[in-house]
Design a protein around this ligand. Structure first.
Ligand SMILES: Nc1ncnc2c1ncn2[C@@H]1O[C@H](COP(=O)(O)OP(=O)(O)OP(=O)(O)O)[C@@H](O)[C@H]1O
Ligand SMILES: [Mg+2]
Length: 459
């Protein structure tokens, strides 16, 4: 790349220098020759005015002008015969000399060519002086062209200087472009192997290459972000699988244990057999609940919008849930209360909102104390929002637990939770249902005093 840029530069600048130099030479050459022509025609006019010419005293005339003007002087008849020449010996008929032909035709003539009588190139200017005669003067080109040669030399010199400057410039230029590109390429190659994309240091980069580096760094940030997300999802998935397996294994192990004991003879004692069968039933229900919860969760997780919505009364639904959980509450003498300032109609999937309420209220009862209380408050908020608050006077929890209880399978106290038949999926389901209705859920709790869960839904 570096070499290519240098070559392109060199060819471009040399080409331009040669083209400009060539054009200069051609223009100068033309201008110079037109100047010589004018000058020689003027000299001819001056000589023509001289009385010596009219007297036909060519010797005197030549003696007078040839040395000062550094010219050869010739007088030619129309027939081509040379009547006079400052050269002692002149060969041939001059009728076909271009400047003579032109002078007889147009009054004046000019040409440049190699002389037949002198061994050098000459400029010739001729003028018709009447009486079928042409006066011609000539000058050697060597003297006249010295100036032209100097100009040519200057142009060639310029070309060489330009080429040298071009090489230096192109080296600098290509280093400036190729250097950062090379750095970028090496960086990208290194990143292909690396587990995480690293940011390129763009110090010393300019213009488009700087923009490229910035774009690359943005891409790296995005890719790294996505990788983090993927890793998080992967670890969540494997945690989930491990948790599910564990939660399934515990009741199954217990069921198998009791079956073994029954087979081993416990069947014979009716009261013992009844107790064991009850436990087996409880464990089977726990398994069923767990599988149901997992199915519900995975179904809601996949949904972006709920397709099965209908209008229903939230007040009526909450009352139904409280009635359903009254037997559970009674076990601990817990007081349950529903508070709503107005009738709230909402449009959603009633069964999902029922599940949300059951999960929150059953927690409020389960994690409550003897003679505690549970209050459910329903509120209509502006912008089509509904708020459900479930407040209890239960065991509460500390701040760290509050932040984690919406995670799947998270239980503050595993033993207590399991005793209550819980697996740690209830609040995770609540959160997913709230999110499905573009809402959220939050908790405020004080250990030993109670908790308040607040759900806001857009319906
Ligand atoms: N009202 C509450 N008061 C105190 N702790 C609570 C309350 N609600 C939930 N928790 C704590 O949060 C944990 C997670 O609750 P979540 O409802 O998700 O699971 P669970 O009740 O253990 O089981 P599941 O609801 O799946 O049967 C519970 O184990 C409990 O420790
Ligand atoms: Mg629960």
């Amino acid at each position: 790349m570096k070499r290519k840029i240098t070559w392109y530069f060199l060819i471009l600048i040399l080409g331009t220098a040669i083209a400009v130099g060539g054009a200069c030479c051609i223009i100068t050459d033309r201008y110079y020759k037109s100047q010589i022509r004018e000058e020689m025609l003027l000299e001819l006019s001056i000589i023509e005015q001289d009385p010596l010419l009219r007297e036909g005293d060519y010797d005197q005339l030549a003696e007078k002008y040839a040395p000062i003007l550094n010219i050869r002087m010739t007088v030619v008849e129309k027939s081509g015969t040379v009547l006079f020449d400052t050269l002692e010996e002149v060969d041939g008929n001059h009728a076909q000399r271009p400047e003579i032909v032109e002078a007889f035709l147009e009054g004046t003539g000019f040409s440049e060519r190699k002389s037949d009588n002198e061994d050098s190139r000459q400029y010739y200017a001729a003028k018709d002086i009447g009486n079928d005669l042409v006066l011609r003067i000539s000058k050697p080109q060597q003297n006249a062209d010295r100036a032209l040669r100097n100009i040519l030399l200057a142009v060639v010199g310029c070309c060489i200087l330009c080429a040298a400057a071009a090489v230096l410039l192109s080296l600098r230029f290509s280093k400036k472009i190729v250097g950062p590109l090379q750095k970028l390429k090496n960086h990208v190659e290194k990143n292909i192997e690396a587990p995480r994309m690293t940011i390129i240091d763009s110090a010393g980069f300019d213009d488009e290459i700087l923009e490229l580096a910035v774009a690359y760094n943005n891409l790296a940030d995005k890719v790294n972000g996505q990788m983090d997300e993927i890793e998080k999802l992967q670890s969540m998935r494997s945690d989930f699988v491990a948790n599910v397996s564990h939660e399934l294994k515990t009741p199954l192990t217990s069921i198998r244990g009791f079956i073994e004991t029954l087979r081993g003879g416990a069947m014979e004692k009716k009261d013992v057999a009844d107790r064991f069968l009850k436990i087996i039933d409880i464990e089977a229900v726990r398994l069923q609940n767990l599988i149901n919860d997992i199915l519900v969760l995975s179904k809601i997780e996949k949904m972006e919008e709920d397709p099965t919505v209908a209008e229903f009364s939230l007040n009526a639904l909450a009352k139904e849930v409280l009635d359903m959980l009254t037997p559970l509450a009674k076990e601990k003498n817990i007081q349950m209360e529903l508070s709503a300032s107005e009738e709230i109609k909402m449009t959603a999937d009633e069964s999902k909102i029922r599940q949300l309420l059951v999960n929150l209220v059953s927690n409020a009862v389960r994690y409550n104390k003897e003679h505690g209380s549970v209050t459910v408050i329903l509120k209509r908020l502006p912008e089509d929002r509904v708020q459900i608050v479930v407040n209890d006077t239960g065991i509460g929890m500390n701040r760290d637990d509050c932040e984690r209880i919406f995670e799947r399978f998270y239980c503050v106290d595993k033993g207590r939770s399991q005793k209550n038949g819980g697996t740690g999926l209830g609040l995770s389901i609540v959160k997913h249902i709230a999110n499905l209705y573009h809402g959220d859920v939050g908790v405020e709790s004080t250990p030993g005093e109670g908790s308040t869960f607040t759900v806001t839904l857009h319906v």
